[in-house]
Design a protein around this ligand. Structure first.
Ligand SMILES: C[S@@+](CC[C@H](N)C(=O)[O-])C[C@H]1O[C@@H](n2cnc3c(N)ncnc32)[C@H](O)[C@@H]1O
Length: 200
C-alpha cells in the first residue's frame, strides 16, 4: 500500500517537474530579451488583456489561465488581430511563477474577477494569499502595481486586508484603473469593487 502511494506521488512529482520544464522552455523562447511584463493571472478568454496589449504596443503582456479552451480563445483573438506583444499560457499560477526566469520583472499584475471560493474551508484556494503578494513584491520594482477587481465583497475585503497587512504593498486610492475594457465575467455583473496597490 505504502509503495503504491509513494509510486503515485513520485509519478505526480515527475509530471509537475515536466510541466515546469516545458513552461520554462516556452517562456524562455517567447520572452527572450524581454525584461518586464504586464501580467494577468486568471485571464479567462483574454478579453481585457488583448485590448490592453493593443492599446499599449510597447508593453509585453502575459496572461495565464488553468483552462485550455479559454487560452485557445485568447490565442484566437491574438492571431485574428495580429497582436505581437501578447502571450497566453495554459498554466497554474504557482507553477507559472516557479517556471519564469527569476530576472523577469512585473510592471503591473492584474487579477480580474478571480474565483471567490466563498466557503471558509476553500479560502486557501483563493489566488490572493500572503505568499503570492511576497512573490509579486520580489518581482515588482518600487512604483509597480497590483490591480484587483471582484464582484464578491468578501473576497474584495480579503484582498484589501492582505494588502494592508503587507509591508511592501500600499493601497493607492487615488490611482486610476489602468485600463477599462469589460471582461467576460465583468459583463455578467451589476457591481464590482476595485483596488490598486503600489509596490513600496
Ligand atoms: C471567474 S474567472 C474570471 C476570468 C476573467 N478574468 C474574466 O474576468 O472574465 C476566473 C479564472 O481564473 C482561472 N484560475 C483560477 N485559479 C487559477 C490558478 N491558480 N492559476 C491560473 N488560473 C486560475 C480560472 O480558470 C478562470 O478562468
Amino acid at each position: 500500500m505504502m509503495t503504491e502511494i509513494s509510486e503515485a506521488h513520485a509519478r505526480e512529482l515527475a509530471k509537475q517537474a515536466a510541466r515546469k520544464a516545458e513552461l520554462a522552455e516556452i517562456c524562455q523562447r517567447d520572452l527572450a530579451g524581454c525584461d518586464r511584463i504586464l501580467f494577468e493571472a486568471g485571464c479567462g478568454h483574454g478579453h481585457w488583456l488583448s485590448d490592453y496589449a493593443e492599446a499599449h504596443p510597447d508593453t509585453i503582456c502575459v496572461g495565464i489561465d488553468l483552462i485550455s479552451w479559454r487560452i485557445r480563445k485568447g490565442n484566437d483573438k491574438k492571431a485574428k488581430r495580429g497582436i505581437q506583444n501578447l502571450y497566453f499560457y495554459k498554466a497554474e499560477l504557482g507553477e507559472f511563477l516557479g517556471a519564469l526566469p527569476a530576472s523577469l520583472r512585473f510592471e503591473r499584475t492584474v487579477l480580474l474577477f478571480p474565483d471567490p471560493w466563498p466557503k471558509a474551508k476553500h479560502h486557501r484556494r483563493r489566488m490572493v494569499q500572503s505568499a503570492l503578494l511576497d512573490e509579486l513584491a520580489r518581482r515588482t520594482d518600487v512604483g509597480g502595481e497590483f490591480c484587483f477587481r471582484s464582484d464578491d465583497r468578501p473576497y474584495f475585503d480579503w484582498a484589501v486586508e492582505h494588502l494592508q497587512a503587507h509591508d511592501e504593498w500600499i493601497i493607492d486610492e487615488a490611482a486610476p484603473w489602468p485600463y477599462e475594457s469589460e471582461t467576460y465575467f465583468q459583463s455578467l455583473m451589476d457591481a464590482y469593487f476595485s483596488v490598486i496597490a503600489k509596490r513600496v
